[in-house]
Design a protein around this ligand. Structure first.
Ligand code: FCB
Length: 444
């Protein structure tokens, strides 16, 4: 099976960026060569991770990176999106850790030597534990600590990075981490969730001028995730419920970047749930972006609920991936068109899209038809949005390889490359081969 696009698709242009993505905690391992982070602590909490696993070894990328660079090369892609582990490159005294910096320099140099463009995210959730001990993202000081880290590491790696992203999915860091506690640091308080979101966005805004200053030739932006919200019926109450959910889960993280305000749902929060916002914060947060990164996986359907305002309605019988997320590619097109209509967007990059599958390695082959179908449908959905005027410049598959899937541990496989965790062997899945063929066909 192959991936097919209409011959006139913009996605087939040679300047459209094809890439694969990972993040530090999910693949690196090498826990003993960095400071502890909130995910180390969370993994050590009984019941937090479904298979009671941790990131101490993960894909052992800290040792196997030279072969992983060759793997990326063999996939025929233009770019690799990785993240930097803050606790690997910064010491508690605020100075860079030369050992950690050397690791990323070597990795980025090897990628450059292979002609692979580098998209680097500064924060993909691995907050140093010593900062969490001082309140983590609930504490405004963490935003300033992030800006300092961003300043120092971008100065050290400036010549090796094509595009910097401040944060990956502040929704997950704040809502999942501080509001409902299913991600590190595992706290459950609505006000803390909203305050953390504000401090994350502030951190982003404080870091942007530092990045621009240190790397004037690189592109600078942020990566947000969206789960579009649909109403179960046309009834006004359901439509209003879906809109409220959309404000709360999606618009909360993007509106401040362009409109210097939170969505109206902020007015429905009790006084002690409202984030503290200081004068001038929105001007910092709305720093100009060179690009916006978008992560898309699925949608949610909502119905009105008297107590909660809205509840998710399970789409029983709908196609779903192995993690239970509905496969609904139309939402990808709808999302891009909706954002395009609402905001004065810079060029977009799809920084993550992909599917979890119950993959099995049989006689050296991983026949991941569901994932292949997912990619096929979502590339077409993206093509449709581009044809309708959305400026999208690149697409990254999540993920290069199977890895530590947060609260799901190693139970959910998102890679286009299979990882045998007992041997650390990597095997390109059928979807990976198709992705390679599509990527290479553009150069033909
Ligand atoms: C996203 C995360 C990424 C990965 C995928 C499946 O929310 O950014 O690290 O876990 O989901």
């Amino acid at each position: 099976m192959t991936l097919q696009l209409p011959a006139d698709s913009r996605i087939l242009d040679t300047d459209f960026v094809f890439g694969v993505a990972t993040s530090s905690f999910q693949i690196e391992g090498g826990q003993d060569s960095r400071l502890p982070c909130i995910w180390d602590t969370f993994c050590a909490t009984p019941g937090a991770i479904r298979d009671a696993s941790h990131g101490a070894v993960a894909c052992d990328h800290i040792r196997l990176w030279p072969q992983d660079v060759q793997l990326i090369k063999s996939l025929g892609v233009d770019a690799y999106r990785l993240s930097i582990a803050w606790p690997r490159v910064m010491q508690q005294n605020g100075e860079l850790n030369p050992v950690g910096v050397a690791f990323y320099r070597d990795l980025l140099c090897a990628l450059k030597a292979e002609g692979i463009r580098t998209f680097v995210t500064l924060y993909h959730w691995d907050l140093p534990q010593y900062l969490e001990d001082q309140g983590g993202w609930r504490n405004r000081d963490t935003a300033y600590a992030f800006a300092d880290y961003a300043d120092k590491i971008s100065a050290a790696l400036a010549d090796l990075v094509d595009a910097w992203a401040t944060l990956n999915e502040p929704f997950c860091s704040s809502y999942l981490g501080y509001e409902i506690g299913v991600h590190a640091p595992g706290l459950k308080n609505k006000g803390w969730g909203r305050q953390s979101a504000h401090h994350l966005l502030l951190a982003h805004g404080l870091a942007m001028p530092k990045l621009r200053n240190n790397a004037p030739k690189a592109q600078h932006g942020i990566v947000l995730n969206f789960t579009p919200c649909y109403a179960e019926t046309d009834a006004p109450a359901d439509v209003a419920a879906a809109d409220l959910a959309d404000q709360y889960f999606n618009q909360w993280y993007i509106k401040p970047l362009f409109d210097k305000a939170y969505p109206e749902c902020i007015n429905t929060l009790a006084p002690d749930e409202q984030p503290q916002i200081l004068p001038g914060d929105f001007d910092i947060i709305a720093a100009p972006l060179d690009y916006l990164g978008i992560n898309f996986y699925t949608r949610h359907v909502y119905r009105a609920d008297e107590t909660a305002g809205f509840v998710v309605v399970d789409q029983a019988g709908a196609p779903k991936t192995d993690i239970g997320w509905e496969i609904y590619p139309q939402a990808f097109t709808d999302l891009l068109l909706d954002l395009h209509r609402r905001y004065p967007l810079p060029p977009l990059y799809i920084m993550e899209n992909g599917a979890a599958g119950a993959d099995e390695l049989v006689d050296g082959v991983v026949q991941d038809d569901m994932r292949l179908g997912y990619y096929q449908q979502h590339l077409l959905a993206l093509d449709s949005a581009i044809r309708q005027g959305v400026d999208v410049r690149g697409y990254f598959a999540w993920s290069l390889m199977d890895n530590f899937e947060w609260a799901e541990g190693y139970l959910k496989r998102f890679g286009i490359v299979y990882v045998d965790y007992s041997t650390q062997q990597r095997v390109i899945k059928q979807s990976g081969l198709a992705f390679r063929d599509l990527s290479l066909s553009r150069k033909g």
